[in-house]
Ligand binder design. Structure first.
Ligand SMILES: [Zn+2]
Length: 297
């Protein structure tokens, strides 16, 4: 059986073909069709057929997983994928009907977590949380090989935990004071500019300045990551994973950033001296399609 992993993003769709044990045998990337659900699914189905044909793999020997940027309930129901204007549907089921093969659907951050667990930084661990620091804060939890989807599709979604009572602006989700607003790459830039009056326009610039000794850039980064440290402490007290994997654009700052996040977390838990282990993600932007492929079977 060949696994097909599909990562549906707001601007691009990534697909990969994997053997059952996780060797990648083919991949494709194409722009996301944004003018309606039917056209989008038809386009994905066409690309999947072309990719399997290209590698001489009969579609009937495949099973697919698809990661989508929105909450997914246990039965595959999606209430909303705001970025794509998709509402109230069973996308996996519809794609399954188009392709004539089994298709399982999950949230994209959960897919990334499962990908890292299967073939990336989480290999060999029993439980982990994967946090992606990009435009927003995405996260997913894997416990004993199973993604924690939750009853309402919100399992492991720490980005919209309330962490900051001083926040005045509203988050994209409608709430105010979310982790997403302060610990994402966008959040880092916003705080560096507004709280510390720094001129930087990208999170990379903030990280580079901090690394090269700019005390204000470092303070901005430590301030933003202090909220992530608190959120991770809360995760420790709820699901207590073995491992924290940090990915996303901001994680390109490498061990330097990992140390700042670990420092923000390490003194918070008091009930035990044991600590979660922190690692950098390894699969980059292929984590999502990899995890979707794992979820397929
Ligand atoms: Zn929010």
């Amino acid at each position: 059986m060949t696994r097909i992993g599909i990562d549906l993003g707001g601007t691009a769709v990534k697909t990969g073909l994997f053997t059952e044990d996780g060797t990648i045998v083919g991949r494709a990337e194409f722009p996301t069709v944004t003018y309606g659900r039917e056209a989008l699914l038809a386009d994905i189905a066409d690309h999947v057929r072309a990719l399997t044909a290209l590698h001489g793999i009969p579609l009937s020997d495949c099973a697919a997983g698809i990661g989508v940027p929105g909450p997914v309930e246990e039965d595959g129901y999606t209430e909303a994928i705001p970025n794509l204007g998709i509402h109230n549907c069973y996308l996996g089921r519809e794609l399954s009907e188009l392709l004539g093969i089994p298709v399982r659907i999950l949230n994209d951050a959960n897919a990334a977590a499962l990908g890292e667990y299967w073939l990336g930084a989480g290999r060999g661990s029993k439980s982990m949380i994967c946090v992606t620091l990009g435009t927003g804060v995405g996260s997913g939890i894997v416990l004993n090989g199973q993604v924690l989807g939750g009853a309402h599709g919100l399992g492991g979604e720490i980005g919209h935990m309330f962490v900051n009572p001083d926040e005045t602006q509203a988050c994209g989700c409608g709430a105010t004071g979310c982790l997403d607003q302060v610990a994402s790459a966008n959040g880092v830039v916003r705080y560096a500019r507004t709280r510390y009056h720094l001129p930087y326009v990208t999170a990379k610039e903030v990280c580079d300045a901090a690394k090269s000794g700019d005390p204000q850039a470092e303070a901005a980064l430590r301030y933003c990551m202090s909220f992530l440290g608190k959120a991770l402490c809360a995760v420790g007290y709820t699901v207590d994973p073995e491992l924290v994997v940090i990915g996303g654009g901001l994680s390109k700052a490498g061990p330097y950033l990992l140390d700042i996040i670990y420092y923000a977390y390490k003194d918070l838990p008091k009930l035990t001296a044991k600590r979660m282990e922190f690692r950098l993600a390894q699969l980059g932007n292929e984590a999502g399609m990899t995890g979707a492929a794992r979820f397929a079977l």
